[in-house]
Unconditional design. Structure first.
Length: 200
């Protein structure tokens, strides 16, 4: 399995391309990721959204037009994308799309691999993480960053809820688990346990 990172859009949002013998999959869809896939000559089979804030979904409609199936915790809404909230400060509009399949918390199979999905609200009400145990990787969206956590001052934000979710559902993973976040560099669960000031 190969994981590549694309970073783009107004607030430098990460998307992750997972390529395997069983298919190609994308985590989140910031602005420009469709063109990046075109340059790589890669077609993806499914798109998994960690949450639906605008910067993570700007290219969803474009991908959906190409036949990519969209998975998320909740149905599309302008409240989740923050368009309702952000219109007053010039936030980019998002082309409407549909969520093809809602994801449930627990163990399932995504990416053609055993996957543990955890709902960790607090940054956004629909925030989820995807833990690929066999690959030792967790895609966390904006729940957890290297040395930080997701902001909690947007609609649906709740600091205490986010911290408890991180402690109860992420920090229990093996220390060497790679943490791939929606912004910024890669980290590990073990590194965040000992160095993230929000979690001490």
């Amino acid at each position: 399995m190969k994981i590549s990172t694309y970073t783009g859009g107004m607030v430098q949002t990460n998307a992750y391309l997972v390529e395997s013998v069983n298919g190609n999959y994308l985590v989140d869809a910031p602005d420009g990721v469709s063109e990046w896939l075109d340059r790589k000559g890669v077609r993806v089979d499914a798109l998994y959204l960690t949450h639906q804030h605008y910067d993570h979904v700007e290219d969803v409609a474009e991908l959906q037009e190409r036949g990519v199936k969209v998975f998320a915790w909740a149905k599309y809404s302008k409240d989740l994308t923050l368009e309702t909230y952000g219109a007053s400060w010039g936030m980019p509009s998002v082309a409407a799309y549909q969520v093809d399949q809602l994801v449930s918390e627990g163990n399932g199979e995504y990416f053609h691999l055993p996957t543990q999905v955890n709902h960790i609200p607090g940054h956004s009400s629909d925030s989820i993480t995807f833990y690929l145990r066999d690959a030792g990787v967790v895609f966390v969206g904006d729940a957890l960053f290297a040395g930080s956590i997701g902001r909690c001052d947007l609609p649906g934000g709740d600091f205490d809820l986010l911290i408890s979710g991180i402690r109860e559902k992420l920090l229990i993973l093996p220390d060497d688990t790679r943490v791939l976040s929606g912004h910024g560099p890669e980290t590990t669960i073990g590194r965040e346990k000992i160095s993230n000031g929000y979690l001490q």
